[in-house]
Design a protein around this ligand. Structure first.
Ligand code: HEC
Ligand code: HEC
Length: 380
């Protein structure tokens, strides 16, 4: 079965490559629009969503049930440069599995060599994140709506969805994938909505729950323990109180769920990155530009810290190159601003405490996640 999928994958790639060169007359003069697909069987296999032990219930879209076929189509679209105007970049160019589906530059370049103001976000455990608000400012209410923007954004794939629909309808293999995933009857039924539904299905399967922390702390597997410094770091981070160690306050924003599985509460905060005297002074208004509420200016989503050692540089603008720089920032209580969160100025860490927290953060690295064959680029 695995071999079969692999062969299809390779064939798909070869076809994806040759299609660009294929003159219009070979595809029937103007492409394959209007081709009937009902001779291809439609019998999707429901995806058995693997909620990890001690995770909260997943927040899955009722109108877009996950199927093996939908997820596979989503994976192909996610990694296919057909979504970009010049066929050079895909979602996966910036969201790379080895970097927990982020990348390692402060602000990524899109196809035109332009950058936006923001750092690429990691894509991890998105089925469980509370609030369902995506991007640093939470401006998108779900993943399907989120997936529309990168395709058209001038600093990302800078393509037009109408063109993408045409390319997919004329493509030698995508019509069959869309038929198998969604039961469409005609190539003309391939739409942006179905493409973003498939991408969403793939994104929802990106689950990280097998870090050293999960083994040692969440599942308490026999013989797996945190080192002394990692354990101190965890206690500082978690504010457990009973240990005589300091309270580093991290937990208030970077935690959620049963057994503390997610490392984000999904909320928006000002964590003291910039010293400003007025709420209108932030360079990037963040959440405030979405809600229009002055008090939200300079607030950003508290991101998950899972796989955080893999996603440098850090913060919404990638300003910190290393975790050491991040902890130095917090260790001195951040910078003053009218709406800086009350917990941040309370943070006060010495060098040993900072090193312990960093050691703990490294236990959140999950190579089962980054190496998962189901998540990789099918065209490589
Ligand atoms: C040029 C690099 C780049 C490309 C290409 C790109 N992204 Fe992103 N992605 C980003 C950046 C930067 C952000 C943060 C944007 C912001 O907050 O304004 C982001 C944010 C996201 C988020 C929000 C995650 C969260 O936790 O809130 C999702 C989901 C996402 N991208 C999916 C995609 C998909 C799907 C595609 C392809 C259709 C894609 N991205 C293409 C750079 C990229
Ligand atoms: C008041 C809530 C709050 C507290 C307390 C807090 N953080 Fe954060 N953290 C955030 C927010 C919000 C961001 C994103 C800010 C931005 O980019 O503008 C962030 C970003 C980060 C990042 C960078 C993530 C990335 O993907 O770029 C790391 C690492 C981090 N925090 C670790 C910690 C640690 C360790 C502590 C405790 C010492 C801590 N945080 C305390 C809210 C908080």
């Amino acid at each position: 079965m695995k071999k079969y999928i692999f062969i299809i994958t390779i064939l798909g790639f070869i076809c994806a490559c040759c299609n660009d060169e294929m003159p219009d007359d070979e595809t029937g003069g103007g492409g394959n629009e209007g081709i009937d697909l009902t001779n291809i069987s439609y019998d999707p296999t429901p995806y058995d969503f693997p909620t990890p032990q001690f995770f909260p219930e997943p927040n899955l879209p009722a109108d877009n049930p996950l199927t093996d076929e939908g997820i596979e189509l989503g994976r192909r679209l996610f990694y296919d440069p057909i979504l970009s105007a010049d066929s050079t970049m895909s979602c996966g160019s910036c969201h790379q599995p080895s970097a927990s589906f982020a990348d390692n530059v402060p602000q990524p370049f899109g196809i035109d060599g332009l950058t936006g103001p923001r750092n690429t976000m990691a894509l991890v455990n998105m089925a469980f994140v509370p609030n369902n608000q995506f991007n640093w400012d939470g401006k998108f209410p779900n993943l399907e709506v989120q997936a529309i923007e990168p395709v058209e954004n001038p600093v990302e794939l800078h393509e037009d969805w109408g063109n993408v629909e045409t390319k997919l309808r004329r493509h030698p293999t995508y019509p069959e994938y869309f038929r198998k995933a969604f039961g469409i009857e005609n190539t003309d039924d391939i739409t942006r909505e179905l493409a973003t539904q498939a991408i969403t299905q793939f994104e929802l399967t990106l689950i990280s729950s097998d870090s050293y922390y999960d083994k040692a702390v969440v599942r308490t597997e026999p013989g797996v323990f945190l080192e002394e410094n990692e354990l101190r770091g965890m206690k500082l981070f978690q504010d457990e109180g009973a240990t005589g160690l300091k309270d580093a306050q991290c937990w208030h924003c970077h935690s959620f769920g049963a057994r503390k599985a997610l490392f984000t509460n999904g909320g928006f905060f000002n964590n003291g990155l910039d010293e400003v005297t007025s709420l209108t002074d932030f360079e990037d208004l963040g959440r405030g530009a979405v809600t229009g509420d002055l008090g939200d200016n300079g607030k950003f989503k508290a991101p998950t810290l899972r796989n955080i050692a893999l996603t440098a540089p850090y913060m919404h603008d990638g300003r910190f190159a290393t975790l050491e720089e991040v902890i130095d920032h917090y260790g001195s209580g951040g910078h003053p601003a009218p709406n800086v969160d009350a917990f941040v100025p309370l943070i006060d860490l010495d060098e040993q405490e900072k090193a312990d927290i960093i050691a703990f953060l490294h236990t959140l690295t999950d190579t089962t996640f980054t190496n998962n064959p189901a998540y990789q680029n099918p065209y490589e």
